[in-house]
Design a protein around this ligand. Structure first.
Ligand SMILES: Nc1ncnc2c1ncn2[C@@H]1O[C@H](COP(=O)(O)OP(=O)(O)OP(=O)(O)O)[C@@H](O)[C@H]1O
Ligand SMILES: [Mg+2]
Length: 502
């Protein structure tokens, strides 16, 4: 008997059909992967199953009974909980408060029992094998840690059916391994898991069955042991995608950015420096990768270069022959730097604006003549960007929040490319981007590089850096612990340097 049955579900949003007549059965105890390109309808389906979206056509059955959830709480009562793709945390509250939000522990006399919440949170993190402080404000955490809070929150509900919408997109390899162990334990306890991911290796490692969605339709459900990654990729994009390889040598030019002894203090911490004595040079026409575990200082390094660190860094930065010291991103953008941040929801997107405005927001001058914004010019140029990056949207007028996660990311990249930077900093740019779009972004990065742009890229996926980069620097606890050229780098060598302790 199937545990969950999705019967002919259709979901329309203004301008888009997100799901079209989708039918699907989930067996009790299985790990069922849902795959599809950005915008295929994966998250929408999961939101229906978890009571986030309540308006739709079709029927949902749980243990052979028709159900219609009216809220997430309603779905949780039926044993279904979800770890969202775009994190749903309250930044002002502590880690523990977020985990038990809406289910506050009360002791005698109905008083809030904070210490038991704190203790339970600490236990959850212990289970997860990570050290997060339950008292820390969520807003102070990096995305990867915030994702762990989401995971702890879902675990704390002890759901029999757990939906994970791209749970590893912001986790490092080690954290991902830890999550897989937890998944193993949950499965041993009989938990049914619906798992969304763009990473084929994960899917083939974890799933019992795989459902492919394309353009809101159910394409096929396959058993993992009868499928191959190539076949699944083919089903989900509906065409062959070429293996991207950039082995054709690039010709880096002169040095565009040099960094000498860059250090970033970390007051009040046992380790007094977030970054210590980092030196390197970047050439025009070069893709330089920064590898390292979470907390190694990758994001901090990019923020320092961009003038976006909370405390000014020490050391010397020379951009295009000029010593610079940026105290605000406005200055660095003016000087030819651009940064695509890892955390698009918090820093990268203007969620109340349209797709077009999100793309053109940094380059409005270009669309201005005599101080008037030319709507026409703005339209034409944003349409070019939409087309060039293959952004899937009903049009430039659509709200940015109506786009799927990966498509939102493409808009952020499009925006920065339009500023025509000398150096482009990309902090985990393909997080949550589907395989097809990833291949397009890789090609884009390669062609920008061949046009003479200097690029610095971080990624939570090592194979990505290995595909893209001419050179990879490795950070460990804020220090450079390795440098490898193309041809020299392997995952093994990079991981060794990343755990080397300088
Ligand atoms: N609130 C909304 N309003 C309007 N359109 C929406 C809304 N939510 C989703 N859509 C549209 O529905 C379609 C499916 O989106 P969904 O988020 O389910 O995709 P996805 O498969 O999860 O993609 P991704 O891999 O990028 O996360 C997309 O075209 C999206 O633009
Ligand atoms: Mg999604």
């Amino acid at each position: 008997m199937s545990l969950i049955e999705v019967r002919q579900i259709t979901k329309r949003f203004a301008g888009t059909v997100a799901l079209q007549d989708v039918s699907l059965e989930i067996t009790a105890g299985e790990l069922h992967a849902i795959v599809g390109e950005n915008g295929a309808g994966k998250s929408t389906l999961m939101k229906i199953l978890s009571g986030v979206i309540t308006e739709y056509d079709g029927e949902l059955r749980l243990r052979d009974e028709p159900v219609r959830f009216t809220s997430t709480r309603n779905a949780e009562a039926a044993g279904i909980s979800i770890i969202h793709q775009e994190l749903n945390l309250v930044e002002q509250l502590s880690v523990a408060a977020n985990i038990f939000l809406g289910r506050e522990r009360r002791g005698a006399f109905g008083l809030l029992d904070e210490s038991s919440a704190r203790q339970e949170a600490a236990e959850l993190f212990w289970q997860l094998g990570c050290r997060l402080d339950p008292d820390q404000r969520v807003g102070e955490l990096r995305v990867g840690d915030q994702q762990l809070v989401e995971i702890a929150k879902a675990l704390s509900k002890r759901a029999g059916i757990l939906i994970m919408d791209e749970p590893t997109s912001a986790l490092t390899e080690t954290e991902t391994e830890r999550l897989f162990e937890i998944i193993g334990r949950l499965r041993a306890d009989g938990v049914t898991i619906l798992y969304i991911s763009h990473k084929m290796d994960e899917i083939f490692r974890l799933a019992d069955r795989i459902t492919v969605l394309r353009d809101g339709r159910h394409v096929r459900t396959l058993r993992r042991d009868e499928a191959t990654p190539r076949e699944v990729t083919h089903l989900l994009v509906g065409r062959e995608i070429e293996e991207t390889s950039f082995d054709q040598p690039r010709q880096p030019g002169d040095v565009v950015l040099s960094v000498e002894n860059l250090s970033l203090p970390w007051p009040g911490h046992a380790r007094p420096w977030r970054l210590k004595d980092v030196s390197f040079a970047l050439r025009r026409g070069e893709v330089l990768g920064i590898a390292g575990l979470m907390g190694a200082g990758r994001t901090e390094l990019l923020e320092c270069l961009f003038g976006a660190s909370e405390i000014p860094p020490q050391g010397r930065i020379v951009l295009d022959g000029q010593p610079v010291s940026f105290s605000h991103p406005e200055e660095s953008v003016g000087a030819g730097m651009a940064l695509v941040t890892e955390d698009r929801k918090r820093l990268g997107l203007f969620s109340h604006l349209t797709v077009r405005d999100n793309i053109t927001v940094c380059t409005l001058e270009e669309a201005c003549s005599l101080g008037l914004i030319s709507g026409q010019r703005e339209r034409t140029s944003s349409n070019e960007s939409i087309e060039r990056l293959g952004v899937k949207t009903a049009g430039g007028e659509a709200a940015i929040t109506s786009l799927s996660g990966g498509n939102q990311q493409k808009c952020v990249i499009a925006r920065w490319l339009r500023t025509q930077p000398k150096v482009l900093l990309l902090d985990d740019p393909t997080r949550g981007v589907d395989v097809g779009a990833k291949a397009e972004l890789y090609k884009l990065i390669d062609s920008l590089c061949r046009d003479g742009l200097g690029l610095i890229v971080t990624s939570s996926e090592l194979p990505e850096l290995i595909t893209l980069c001419d050179r990879i620097l490795v950070l460990c606890e804020g220090r450079l612990t390795g440098e490898f050229r193309r041809g020299e780098f392997t995952e093994q060598r990079i991981m060794e340097a990343a755990t080397a302790r300088g």
